[in-house]
Design a protein around this ligand. Sequence first.
Ligand SMILES: [Zn+2]
Ligand SMILES: [Zn+2]
Length: 273
Amino acid sequence: MVIKFYGTRGSVAVANKETKKYGGNTTCFYVESNSGDAIVIDAGTGIRELGNYLIENKKDTIHLIFTHYHWDHIQGFPYFAPIFFEKSEIYIYGHKKDVTAKNALIYQMTKPYFPVALSELPSKIVFKELKNRMKIGDLLIETIVNNHPDYTYGLKFTEKKNSFAFLTDNELFAQNNNTPYEKFVDFIRGVNFFIHDAQYGDEIYEQRIGWGHSTHSQVMKLAKDAGVKNIIFTHHDHASTDKFIDKVLKDLRNKYPGKNIQAAADGRKIILK
Ligand SMILES: [Zn+2]
Ligand SMILES: [Zn+2]
């Protein structure tokens, strides 16, 4: 499978020279299975560019999974070009705990916030419930409930011997948690790599407790406890500059020489063969 990041920023998009290296689009990433299934995770602003890729590569059948419906994970949807093509078949997966994916998108595309309503789109859009365990082609997708202010799912993808987990918008050591820390350790054990929310540096976390995000050090503890070597930080805070992220990586690489520690960047691709 091929994994590509299209949006790695948390909370709100940023566009300035200090954030150019890791990128400023909000959460969106793409998984293409070995059999060519097109799977999109979240519809932050990064989905705009991904839409162009899918059209150019004639991917008319698209699976779009929402981890949750916070603004930074849905706001790019009205600019996702495939929704405006009649030939597109888009299967949208999300939970229906507090609101359904369909309603989240209807609310977002209501006048005066957006001129075209969801019901007016020419593409075929089918809503499905995100299950604990489901298959798209040969790709197995499993979920875990994250610790976040509104209901949110973490995901694990497995295709033959390859697997990775994607846990964004997750506070690993939340006080009023949905999921105890040990369950996350079990969830990621054995994956080739995992991508995890690391929105905050240690110095600011005290002021952000309960906001539903983790620090780089907390994510490293998870990697250590689960014995996973390859770690990718994502959901970078909108206030984090490239310089800050580079410094965090340098310090942690010195502290954990046996680990491969990276930061997700818009446009970066990973191939698992
Ligand atoms: Zn978010
Ligand atoms: Zn969120």
